[in-house]
Design a protein around this ligand. Structure first.
Ligand code: AMP
Ligand code: MG
Length: 499
């Protein structure tokens, strides 16, 4: 691949969302942050725009990003949306601290909407200050790039800036800026806001925009709006399967945080599963466990029903009951898509090539054994790849992780029998398993270490983690400690919405 050569001044903007009428957004200007400093750039994200990474460090570009001067070609807006938060409808949310700068067309024709998070007040800020603190932007920055490297659809993170601006949370913290990007940041809640206001013309306009902008093939469907819903249902189902397979808990699956492109969006108090616990709640503020790990698939469907409800006026139907029937039919595609994606993914994690009748049960049994002993999710699957079909001695280090070792032995005997039935060899299976079971994920304590160092002025750990997590499936020399289970202080770290 050629080295990227462009600089931010070379980007060509085509601000499609900003051209939508008033009501879809509000024009805003980023409020400059005091004394910004570049913390980190993602070379992989920069490459998507054909940007030379160092060019983002140039003072002019830094001024554009920090809001000291307007970036030529951009047309900054805050997007308007609503959403169901923890089950309750909130009629107006919108970008309270994010600003869409503009949309870049890359050389390959792909479009990327650039959005600043933490850029100051907007008309949608409500009681907030429009800012994002350093710790939460570090977490979003690292996790979005890490998720991409894991093969999971997500918004991307181009670069991160720190500042000397004081921001008040439970304590005084420093404000920071994240420049993130996605083909589009339209959310389920973007549809809901127009539906609940009875603004059906705007609702239609939004659906036309999403189809034209991101799903052009659907224009030729017999019912494009229904086809759009089906597409979002399918993408969301597959996203939920991927989250469950990698052990990712989002933490705040409100409908305003659900992307119509099926991207992981709005990283807040997320967490990767360490000691396996299906009821894992990563968000300290989620007292009832609404967004517990094992509820994510059903919440995905609940959120899609909110979207479907908001799209009802768009369906080609003689009456409301017929439209509802069409929506129900589209939603009925969710469970089969989720189950198929999850089953195929779990088979791959177990190194099984062909589908077999007992495979779902084999996976489920392993998970319940892991739950009983709180076995480290990432490491167990990774190390399972080293199992040798005809040499059970290699299983000792694995069985020692389980509380009920005899039950693990029984499971392993069934697993080996199943593998023998496929007739593959250990080496090939291990390679296939290593390609889907990561060695490294963004464990909470690793993020916390990078945050504490950054708060003390040392950003090196952020780049180190970013480089490590850009190749999560490769064993990396000297990086064993980054695959270690959390130290005692790192087990119960509390992460909340206040960020
Ligand atoms: P979240 O669940 O973090 O994605 O945010 C929910 C809503 O609160 C969105 O409308 C955000 O824009 C808004 N919000 C969160 N934090 C702030 C803040 N510090 N200032 C203004 N708005 C905020
Ligand atoms: Mg949000």
């Amino acid at each position: 691949m050629d080295m990227p050569t462009r600089t931010p001044a070379d980007l060509s903007f085509d601000n499609t969302f900003a051209r939508l009428p008033e009501g879809f957004h509000a024009r805003v200007r980023p409020t400059p942050l005091a004394a910004t400093r570049l913390v980190s750039i993602s070379p992989a994200a920069a490459a998507l725009l054909d940007l030379a990474p160092q060019s983002l460090a140039q003072s002019l570009a830094a001024d554009w990003i920090a809001g000291n001067r307007q970036w030529p070609g951009t047309d900054p807006v805050a997007m308007c949306y609503a959403g169901h938060q923890f089950g309750h409808y909130v009629p107006q949310l919108g970008d309270g601290r994010a600003i869409v700068l503009g949309e870049v067309r890359a050389a390959d024709g792909v479009h990327w909407e650039l959005q600043l998070k933490g850029a100051g007040l907007t008309p949608f800020s409500r009681d907030g200050d429009g800012r994002a603190v350093l710790r939460s932007t570090i977490r979003e920055y690292l996790c979005s790039e890490a998720m991409h490297a894991l093969g999971i659809p997500t918004t991307r993170a181009l670069c991160l800036f720190d500042s000397d601006e004081e921001v008040y949370r439970e304590r005084i913290e420093r404000g920071a800026l994240l420049l993130r990007m996605a083909p589009s940041h339209v959310r389920f809640g973007s549809f809901e806001v127009f539906f609940y206001r009875g603004q059906y013309a705007q609702l239609r306009r939004l659906a036309d925009y999403v189809i034209g902008h991101d799903f052009p093939a659907l224009r030729d469907a017999s019912q494009p709006y229904l086809a759009l819903l089906r597409e979002v249902v399918d993408r969301t189902a597959r996203l939920m399967a991927q989250w469950q397979l990698v052990g990712f808990a989002h933490g705040v699956m409100n409908t305003d945080n659900m992307s119509v492109l099926g991207l992981t969006l709005d990283y807040g108090p997320f967490g990767f599963m360490e000691a396996y616990d299906p009821g894992f709640v990563c968000n300290h503020s989620d007292h009832h466990g609404r967004y517990a790990f094992d509820r994510q698939p059903s919440i995905g469907l609940w959120n899609l029903s909110c979207l479907a409800q908001a799209m009802l006026p768009l369906f080609d139907a003689d009456d409301g009951e017929a439209a509802a029937e069409q929506a129900r039919d589209a939603l009925s595609g969710y469970e089969p898509a989720l189950v198929a994606a999850y089953s195929a993914g779990m088979r791959a994690k177990l190194g099984l090539r062909d589908a077999g009748a007992g495979d779902d049960d084999l996976g489920a049994r392993l998970l319940s054994l892991m739950a009983a002993g709180g076995v480290d999710y990432t490491n167990l699957f990774r190390d399972l790849g080293a199992l040798r079909v005809d040499d059970p001695t290699g299983e000792t280090p694995l069985r020692d992780r389980f509380v009920d070792r005899a039950a693990f032995d029984a499971w392993a005997a069934d697993y080996r029998a199943r593998l023998r039935g496929e007739g593959g060899d250990d080496v090939a299976r291990r390679a296939a398993m290593d390609a889907v079971n990561p060695r490294y994920v963004l464990r909470n304590y690793l993020a916390q270490q990078a945050i504490e160092r950054a708060e003390a002025g040392d950003y090196d750990e952020i780049d180190r983690l970013q480089t490590l997590l850009s190749r999560p499936f490769d064993e990396q020399v000297g990086m064993d400690s980054y695959a270690a289970e959390p130290p005692d202080w790192g087990r119960g770290l509390e992460v909340s919405c206040s960020s």
